[in-house]
Design a protein around this ligand. Sequence first.
Ligand code: SAM
Length: 362
Amino acid sequence: MVLLFLIYIARKTKQDVNRINELTMILSHYYLLRRGIIMILICQFCDNDEDSEEAEVDQYNRGFWCSNCDAYTYIYEPETRHRFTLILEDRQNVNTPAPDIRISLKKQMALLRYPGGKSKFIPYLYSKLQESKTKKLVSGYSGGASAEFSFLEAGVIEKLVLNDKDIGIYSLYWTIQNMPNELIYRIQNERPNHKSYFNTQSIIKSDYQGCTILEAAWYTLLLNRLAYSGIYNANPLGGRKGTLSELLSRWNPKELCKRIQRIHQLSDRFVVLNLDACDLIEETYWDDSLTLYLDPPFRQKGKQLYRCHYDTDEHIRLCVLLDSLHMGMPGADIILCYDNDPLIREIYCYPEIEHVGRIYSV
Ligand SMILES: C[S@@+](CC[C@H](N)C(=O)[O-])C[C@H]1O[C@@H](n2cnc3c(N)ncnc32)[C@H](O)[C@@H]1O
């Protein structure tokens, strides 16, 4: 009787299907053990119901795959269920209270001034991490990696995977990990000027043709610190005809070397990759002790801001991949950040959507 009542409620109140499933499981276990009653399992995606004898239950009895739509539904264990969160950034129209977190997270770990950088959102992103998914953070689109380094430094995550398709970004982190002193030596002994700025810009636009990994790291750092907003094809700080002190206003050799050393000290806890993020996601999603942190190029201004960016098809390809992984299998948590764009709002089916804007203290 109780079971039938729960199933009836589950059908009526779609949003609470997980809760009802959980109660059903607990009660059903009891009945199964005592009286041999079969459970009715309801798919949280298509509402199909089937009995537990016919359903494809996973090996740990945590959940089942629906015979109608092939989606995976938890039967119980809600605390550690895998989550998919889509954070839409809208700094103009949305105000977000700062989350109340009890840990100190450094904002000044990163080296790069990165367009779309997340340093202001570090506490907010921290509040989205589940402790059971912090053995590793896999960052598919690392860029300036301010949140990633901050979490690693504070011990919030045990290990970090830094991945970026941009070979300059990859070279910079690889060099910091493997030959930091060579980079530090250049910073301490070379003073950039307008000529070196434009020379660097043309080398980067040629895809670092003929560069060693150390040179690619140096050029990436130099252009980023000297360009307007860190944008690789922008004008130099102070303008094309500006003064040297305007150009070097964000070039602080002492501070840069300090940050390189600080990141280098964490070297045995991070790996650096130069893969297409979708390949990395497919490889790593299956580990349910990790979080996939994904901050792809903005939909609206990505082309202007990054050397590697996405066209519409690639945004859709990422969406199909993430939606289907999350729906089809228990695995990693996914935290996905985007600009608040209509296409992105429309195409995703399964994440919980949150809007975040200017963070203010309460
Ligand atoms: C929005 S930015 C990341 C910003 C970063 N979260 C931060 O806080 O600085 C997007 C990054 O994705 C990288 N990217 C673009 N296409 C990629 C791809 N297919 N695979 C991996 N990285 C890619 C770009 O090079 C860029 O660094």
